[in-house]
Design a binder for this molecule. Structure first.
Ligand SMILES: [Zn+2]
Length: 115
């Protein structure tokens, strides 16, 4: 079951807010594809700047306090900092993307994978 789900995804990409944020902050993302109408908030660590979509009070990296920030505002900053490219898609393509959480990334490499 799990293996089938993994196989059905294109190699070298992640989908969903959590996976995309993680890939971005690990420097793995090459292109980030986002729904143009993306909205909502994410938690950003006041101490180290780590961004997470998980609802928690403390940063999972440094245990610092998280503050809620606007996701559409913080996403371009993260993308720029990691040297990735941000691609916004409109209504036609966003339907499929929205089903995946409104966010996906194409990776340059996978840190947990041996080439
Ligand atoms: Zn932190």
């Amino acid at each position: 079951m799990n293996a089938a789900v993994k196989r059905s995804r294109p190699a070298g990409s992640v989908t969903g807010i959590d996976a995309t944020l993680a890939a971005l902050q690990q420097g793995e993302a090459m292109t980030v594809i986002a729904d143009r109408d993306l909205e909502g908030t994410v938690g950003r660590c006041r101490r180290c700047g780590y961004v997470t979509a998980k609802s928690r009070l403390r940063c999972e990296v440094c245990r610092g306090k998280l503050e809620q920030v606007s996701f559409p505002q913080v996403l371009p900053l993260l993308v720029r900092r990691s040297g990735a490219r941000l691609e916004l898609v409109g209504k036609e393509s966003a339907g499929a993307l929205r089903a995946l959480g409104g966010l996906a990334a194409i990776l340059r490499f996978r840190s947990h994978q041996v080439p």
